[in-house]
Design a protein around this ligand. Structure first.
Ligand SMILES: O=c1[nH]cnc2c1ncn2[C@H]1C[C@H](O)[C@@H](CO)O1
Ligand SMILES: [Zn+2]
Length: 355
């Protein structure tokens, strides 16, 4: 098999389910917005600031990794800042060949300058609308849905869940909880998850990243998560290819794993890309998807994650198509819309690449 070039991966259609809006800013934008709002940064040269984020996030701990978000969240406190960040997010993903993306952020973290939750969501959506329209004008079609995240250490999950449902016909396609995992189990937010189930709404839960099987078990069996944010520690329930009860359940029910290889290496959840459990989980036919998590903190993109996996595991177009269709099957938009993207965009493009 001839090696796949990075440029070819960029051109191939890709689907992204796990990407944080406040983890994907352009360094130059942070510098400009920080200047405008008087926020002090560790570096003011965009290239050096980008390197600072990757180095600081490369900490071996989720808690220290999350500290870097203070500098992105600080410049996302105005309608202008939120609009610009969302618009550039859509443009950057489209330029990387992403045709479908679910982008998440925590509205409760953007209220420091007096915005209301509704104003935050409206500004982000306007940004995504403008970004997708500009990308389309450049000949790049991308659909973006948002997931509203509640912070797991805080106590606003019910309010954010209600906000997500209120905006379900205006771009919000799901709900999530994020933040430090150890000490903050998903069941703290059970009321919110039960409310979402009664509303027939979709949600994913960050689980099995910095904490192991109990977190995954709660997310699935107590909270009813549709997907697992990371979920990588499900390998703790697999011994020499034999699946324990929880791992079997996750595989049998085709529960999607939103795996984020580079992010896991930085937080210490995996030792290296080559040793990342994604290889085993793919061989065992879990519903594996590949994601960026935080493009800024990991200095990555969808194409880069895929290129790293091709290099580490010898994967080719067949595997990349499988991952992309897995992601599209697991998306939170309606079934017919998912199918249209798979049949009209993904399959024809990969058929040519595989030929
Ligand atoms: O990988 C992650 N695990 C847990 N929390 C995360 C991760 N990446 C980002 N976050 C947090 C920090 C952001 O401020 C928040 C909302 O996007 O979500
Ligand atoms: Zn995440």
């Amino acid at each position: 098999m001839t090696a796949i070039s990075y440029d070819d991966i960029v051109k191939a259609p890709k689907a992204l389910l796990h990407d944080h809006l406040d983890g994907g800013l352009r360094p130059a934008t942070i510098v400009e917005l920080a200047d405008a709002v008087g926020h002090e940064l560790p570096e003011t040269d965009p290239a050096r600031l980008g390197e600072w984020f990757v180095a600081a996030a490369d900490s071996g701990s989720l808690e220290r990794y999350l500290e870097t978000f203070a500098h992105t969240v600080a410049v996302m406190q105005t309608q202008e800042g939120l609009h610009r960040v969302a618009k550039e997010c859509a443009l950057d993903l489209a330029a990387d060949g992403v045709v479908y993306a679910e982008i998440r952020y925590a509205p409760e973290q953007h209220l420091e300058s007096g915005l209301t939750l509704d104003q935050v969501v409206d500004a982000v959506h306007a940004g995504f609308q403008d970004g997708t329209a500009e990308a389309a004008a450049q000949g790049r079609r991308i659909r973006v849905g948002t997931l509203l995240t509640a912070m797991r250490h805080a106590a606003r999950s019910q309010e954010i869940a209600e906000l997500a449902v209120r905006y379900r016909d205006q771009g919000v396609v799901g709900f999530d909880i994020a933040g430090a995992e150890a000490g903050f189990p998903p069941t703290r937010h059970l009321d919110a998850f039960e409310y979402l189930q009664r509303e027939n709404f979709h949600f994913t839960i960050h689980a099995g990243e910095a904490f192991g099987l109990p977190s995954i078990w709660q997310a699935i069996q107590w909270c009813g998560a549709d997907r697992l944010g990371h979920g990588v520690r499900i390998v703790d329930d697999i011994t020499a290819g034999n699946l324990g009860r929880l791992a079997s359940y996750v595989r049998d029910k085709r529960i999607p794993l939103e795996l984020c290889p580079s992010s896991n290496v930085q937080t210490g959840a995996a030792a290296s890309i080559a040793e990342h459990p994604i290889g085993l989980l793919k061989d065992l036919r879990f519903r594996v998807t590949v994601n960026t998590d935080n493009r800024l903190m990991s200095g990555t993109s969808m194409s880069k994650e895929m290129a790293l996996l091709c290099e580490a595991f010898g994967w080719g177009w067949g595997e990349l198509q499988w991952l992309t269709i897995n992601a599209m099957k697991s998306a939170f938009i309606p079934y017919d819309e998912r199918l249209a993207i798979i049949n009209d965009e993904i399959k024809p493009a990969y058929a040519k690449l595989l030929a």
